[in-house]
Design a protein around this ligand. Structure first.
Ligand SMILES: [Zn+2]
Length: 1200
């Protein structure tokens, strides 16, 4: 009873405090109180108060939770009462802190931040000449104001604060404790001498062994996709059909639908029926069934899902086959994202293979190689996925029957003496005969039993395959006949305690579920739960596979560009198709042509997600093949976007025949690439002469949120005016385009202006040539050129270009001021204006060489550096351009190997809050060099704990360990990474996947490119020397945490909502669609198109709206279905940061279907599994969808 009084006393205190602060706050914001301070300072002050208000509100939520909890506590539950007391104490401490803060603010209003005093004195001497025009071009007087912050959703905050249940195994903790000492284990080199009790398995308790024939088929690696198909895969699958029929007890397992669908299309109807029979009889199983076996490190979840969807839709639509087991034997490290995607696709089990040998050994010792893999954000365990981890070095036959490769190799009957293959362990296989079967059987069952003793169940999974196996008919016979003799012998000798048979992966999992008497997908009682990821993979010694996080970065960038185009094209096509149906004018809309382009694009993008595609680990000519496919589809999707945007914004659609010869294209695509490995060249809009018509530009925002941002176009004259759709001139700036550091390009100028575009909308802008003397709203930039050697003047009207010697300088926007070093033009300090905090942030380019590590040097897979990073050699001080204008200011630095641009946008949107960094790296002249950008911050993370994302889906915590070596501390960064301390967080967001490490406290390194002159012995047979001019793009975000809201021990972290949107806008830029200036006939009327009745809430991202395809082998394959798949992702975010620059609402996970679109209706909606294979529920289209945090909701909708 006493304790209860204490609880209520404390609660009463909380409420009193709360009232007090609310009162103080009212006092503070009374009008007229601080008439002596300026508007900026007041805004800053108001912001602080509003932050505190938010904090108090959050405390109120916690108090409410406490109240609710108190009700349910039995009187004698002292333990829980103590917990509550603790909670209340913490809340009290927070409230006290706020009280003091408010009082302090009331007494001493904060002075405006004097950023000038942080500006080096030398800068003040630089006088930029004001060019003609209404608005001075220094960029600093014409600031826009930032949007009001969006409050955090209470529901999300309370969800994020709810602790997750502690799993049995947290991989981070295992990594922390393991010594990584790599002792020699004997026959099982990376393990130990496995023993088992002789009596463990006997007649009454048999070990059930499943020998599983499979063939691992890479869609491109040392041969191209097509060549693999014609030379090997076709034979493998043809043999499969013949031999499975010939050997009725044999089974086979296959994964890659990118190959399987080609083969299927070559079969006649009778063969197709025979294949169907094999599926029905469970003799042939498709595992995972994605288009490819995707890479798991560099891939974004959009593309992972899309390739899975493409495979499953093909399988289900063509064969009615629904795979249920995941199979990933070759990706170089594994992500829990895959477990999530498979689970939500209706799978019940999965298998992984390439995991660090020390982790495998640890899990094997504890019989934890089979576990329920759980998402780190899962509070209730409803994402648990049964996962089998293979225990040994590889997935080939020597490493799969048991721990001793010298023995297992003797049971690979393709290696029988006389064949072209052999065993490297000096013990050849022997054909099984009546006279040796007893001895041979005893030898292999010893291996099976040893393997079995590493797992909890009495079932053993023994894969029997390798890369491109079973391409010769005799291999089928050899494996079948010899194994079947052993199986038969074991059946006749039950005393050996083993029952063995051919099986598939699902047969094995079924056996496990039966043994533990649970339904498929449920947790066998003694299986542990596991949270974490399996990066960074090492297969032996210090051979960490962290090189491929960066290898072929040009293609990694092209991949992400392709993804954003495919997504944008899918969504706009689904909308345009709906409108064309409303118009009953399908003849005017070339739906099948576009569908064809989309299907090809889905498949080309899907193909590249393969674990030798996006990883950059294929041969040069295979990279060219992938590149050409991506380029073809990139252009195709650009055309789909352009044509659909034209159609949707066109008035009088009924008289317009799109794509017909007599109707030339009204619009052009925004940029072209000369080749798959060339940088894009933007389309230059020919604005003609003074008096000519305005040129139209359509802008398409593929995100379902309104965005304010700066957009740039290229035009033929600097004398232009930009107008919005109401013909109102908008403020713009015009800048020259540089061919080299001292040469300005002719007849091309970059015009930048601010736009506001609603979600999924197409806005219309016009650009018009005006007189040179015109006092238009388009302001020419001022340019300062530092370090240029030649005396020749650089001149170009109407720009002010001044040369000067090196000195420090600044760029500034409403949110921050950045200072740069004059000697090299690189970032030095950032001042965030709202709190006046000065953030030392030094940017440098660094490099690594390579040295021999146990016989290997860095190559496509491995990163084997020759020491810590060192400065990138650069002999002369680089030429620097400091470009200032009212819309965007930037610094351009021309190093020998890198061209580096940093921009600050004067924008009220998200792009105004981060530093924009763009690099072009060119190391074609170098040997064995890896280039990284190093960002040295003042973040105090002494333990070097940091977070990187997994597949753009969730964040994973890591820590730098010296015991892992430098290369073992690099992690994939598909979209972002951050480091933080109790006050600040610095997030680096990347436009494409690259390697990342937090090498020293406060120091982040992002790899940019790597050129390596040797093979690293993983089968590729070449180095990586096909370097290109490689673009990379980042946003650097500085955030200040609400005070008191830091928990360094929390293994779970989320990006802020602002970081999410910064990432989304970086990956999905606004598409510019310029008028085709070659088209001179009279333009039809165009108007803006804005389809959303309600913008999606800030925390809900539309992943895709993807029109469904008819059966792929039918005559209607290119006729789009009426239905589309809608995917919505509820972004989990950290509530302790201010959500600036956003134009969306806080949201609560609810999306009202009937109020989503304007002029389009969702008439049918079904909730389905992630790849549409299973129908889950019919939804009321007048109702709403409820999405839980972090989940991806999948729906089939019909739009009318
Ligand atoms: Zn492979």
């Amino acid at each position: 009873m006493k304790k209860y009084m204490a609880v209520w006393g404390a609660l009463f205190f909380c409420v009193v405090c709360l009232s007090l602060y609310l009162m103080l706050e009212t006092l503070n914001t009374s009008p007229g109180r601080y008439t002596d301070i300026d508007a900026e300072s007041l805004a800053h002050f108001e912001q602080k108060v509003s932050d505190i208000q938010e904090d108090i509100k959050r405390n109120q939520i916690v108090i409410d939770q406490i109240k609710a909890a108190v009700k349910d506590i039995p009187k004698d539950d002292n333990q829980n009462i103590e917990k509550l007391q603790d909670l209340i104490d913490k809340q009290n401490a927070k409230l006290k802190f706020h009280k003091n803060k408010v009082i302090e603010m009331q007494q001493k209003p904060k002075q405006p931040v004097d950023v000038e005093k942080y500006v080096p004195a030398t800068l003040k001497e630089i006088q930029l000449q004001n060019p003609p025009g209404k608005i001075p071009a220094t960029g600093e007087e014409a600031f826009v104001s930032l949007r009001k912050p969006v409050p955090a959703s209470k529901e999300m905050c309370s969800w994020v604060q709810t602790p997750s249940k502690k799993p049995d195994i947290q991989i981070e903790d295992v990594v922390k404790d393991l010594p990584f000492d790599n002792p020699d284990g004997g026959a099982w080199k990376q393990g130990w001498n496995v023993t088992y009790p002789a009596a463990k398995w006997n007649q009454g308790n048999k070990l059930r062994v499943f020998v599983v024939p499979h063939s691992h088929n890479d869609p491109g690696w040392v041969k191209t996709y097509d060549k693999y198909y014609t030379e090997q895969v076709r034979h493998i699958l043809n043999n499969m059909l013949e031999k499975l029929e010939q050997h009725p007890k044999m089974k086979f397992m296959y994964a890659e639908i990118s190959f399987f669908h080609i083969w299927w299309n070559e079969l006649d109807e009778s063969k197709k029926n025979r294949v169907r029979r094999l599926f029905e009889d469970g003799r042939l199983e498709i595992v995972t069934g994605g288009w490819v076996m995707n890479d798991e490190a560099n891939t974004h979840y959009f593309a992972m899902l899309d390739q899975l969807l493409e495979g499953h839709q093909w399988l289900d639509g063509t064969l009615g086959v629904k795979p249920s087991s995941g199979w990933a034997i070759d990706p170089f490290g594994h992500t829990p994202t895959m477990a999530y995607l498979l689970r939500r696709s209706g799978f019940n089990s999965m298998l992984i293979q390439r995991v660090h040998y020390a982790l495998k050994k640890h899990l094997a010792k504890n019989k934890q190689l089979e576990f329920m893999w759980r998402q780190n954000w899962d509070k209730e365990g409803n994402t648990d996925m049964l996962c089998h981890m293979m225990p040994f070095y590889s997935y080939d036959i020597p490493h799969t029957c048991g721990p001793e490769p010298a023995v297992c190799c003797q049971f690979d009957f393709r290696r029988l003496p006389g064949s072209s293959y052999s065993c490297p362990w000096h013990a050849a296989p022997k054909p099984i005969t009546d006279s040796n079967v007893a001895e041979r059987a005893r030898l292999i069952i010893d291996q099976w039993k040893k393997k079995g003793s590493l797992y909890k169940s009495n079932s053993v999974f023994a894969p029997l395959g390798d890369d491109f196996r079973y391409d010769k008919a005799d291999e089928w016979d050899l494996q079948y006949v010899n194994y079947q003799k052993i199986f038969d012998y074991l059946q006749q000798h039950p005393e050996l305690g083993v029952e063995a048979q051919f099986g598939t992966l699902s047969d094995y999992f079924k056996s496990i579920y039966e043994e533990s008497k649970v339904k498929p997908g449920e947790k066998p009682t003694d299986f542990p739960t596991l949270v974490g990821d399996f990066f960074t993979y090492a297969d032996k010694d210090d051979h960490y596979w962290s090189g491929y996080f960066t290898s072929r970065p040009f293609q990694k960038n092209l991949d992400r560009v392709m993804e954003s185009h495919l997504r944008a094209a899918e969504i706009i096509f689904s909308m345009a198709l709906t409108v064309s149906r409303q118009q009953k004018a399908l003849n005017n809309f070339p739906a099948t042509v576009m569908m064809d382009r989309l299907i090809q694009a889905r498949r080309n993008l899907g193909l590249f997600q393969h674990h030798d595609g996006i990883t950059g680990t294929a041969k040069d000519f295979v990279v060219v093949d992938y590149g050409n496919r991506l380029l073809k589809s990139l252009e195709d999707t650009k055309h789909v976007i352009k044509d659909c945007a034209t159609y949707l914004s066109l008035a009088g659609k009924e008289n317009f025949r799109m794509g017909s010869n007599e109707q030339p294209a009204l619009f052009d695509i925004d940029e072209t690439r000369e080749a798959h490995d060339a940088l894009p060249v933007p389309k230059v809009i020919d604005v003609g002469e003074e008096g000519d018509d305005s040129r139209l530009v359509l802008l398409y925002n593929s995100l379902a949120h309104e965005r304010d941002q700066v957009v740039s176009i290229h035009v033929s004259s600097p004398h232009v005016m930009v107008q919005d759709e109401n013909n109102k001139p908008v403020l713009a700036q015009v800048a020259p385009v540089w061919e080299k550091d001292d040469i300005i390009a002719e007849n091309v100028y970059k015009v930048s202006f601010r736009v506001t575009i609603p979600g999924l909308a197409i806005s219309k802008y016009m650009v018009k040539r005006v007189a040179e003397t015109s006092n238009s709203n388009t302001i020419p930039v001022s340019i300062l050129v530092l370090n240029v050697q030649s005396d020749a003047p650089i001149e170009r009207a109407p720009f002010s270009i001044q040369k000067t010697e090196a000195r420090d300088f600044t760029l500034e926007n409403p949110y921050m001021k950045a200072t740069f070093r004059g000697a090299n033009g690189l970032l030095n300090t950032v001042v965030t204006k709202e709190d006046g905090s000065i953030r030392s942030t030094k940017l440098d380019f660094v490099m690594y060489g390579t040295k021999n590590h146990n016989g290997d040097r860095s190559g496509a897979y491995l990163f084997l550096p020759d020491g810590s990073s060192r400065p990138l050699p650069d002999h002369t001080p680089p030429v620097i351009h400091v470009v200032k204008g009212p819309v965007v200011s930037e610094v351009q630095v021309y190093f020998n190997l890198v061209t580096h641009v940093v921009r600050l946008y004067n924008s009220s949107g998200v792009d105004g809050i981060s530093l924009d960094i763009q690099n072009i790296v060119d190391i074609q002249s170098q040997r064995n060099m890896e280039v990284a950008v190093r960002i040295t911050t003042d973040v105090e993370n002494a333990e070097r704990e940091f977070y990187t994302d997994l597949n753009g889906f969730h964040m994973q915590k890591h820590r730098y360990y010296d015991k892992l070596t430098l290369q073992g501390n690099f992690y994939p960064m598909p979209t972002m990474a951050f480091i933080e301390d109790s006050k600040h967080r610095v997030t680096v967001l990347s436009a494409n996947s690259l390697g990342f490490a937090n090498t020293q406290p406060g120091v982040m390194e992002v790899m940019l490119d790597r050129r390596l002159n040797q093979d690293d012995s993983r089968g590729l047979g070449q180095g990586v020397t096909d370097s290109k001019q490689t673009p990379s793009r980042f946003k650097l975000l500085f955030e200040t945490r609400a005070s008191g809201a830091y928990s360094p021990t929390n293994p779970l972290a989320f990006p802020s909502l602002l970081a999410h949107h910064t990432s989304l806008q970086l990956i999905h830029p606004v598409f510019t669609i310029p008028a085709n200036t070659g088209h001179h006939s009279k333009y039809p009327q165009f108007s803006a198109f804005s389809p959303l009745a309600t913008q999606l809430p800030c925390d809900t991202h539309m992943v895709n709206l993807r029109t469904n395809q008819n059966a792929d082998d039918g005559k209607d394959r290119l006729v789009p279905k009426h239905s589309a798949a809608l995917f919505l992702h509820r972004l989990g975010y950290d509530c302790n940061f201010v959500n600036k620059g956003l134009a969306c609402s806080e949201g609560s996970g609810e999306v009202v279907l009937s109020n989503m679109f304007r002029n389009m209706q969702i008439t049918v909606a079904q909730q389905v599994s992630l790849t549409l294979m299973y129908h889950e529920a019919d939804l009321d289209t007048t109702g709403s969808i409820d999405l839980d945090p972090m989940e991806i909701g999948s729906y089939v909708v019909t739009l009318q």
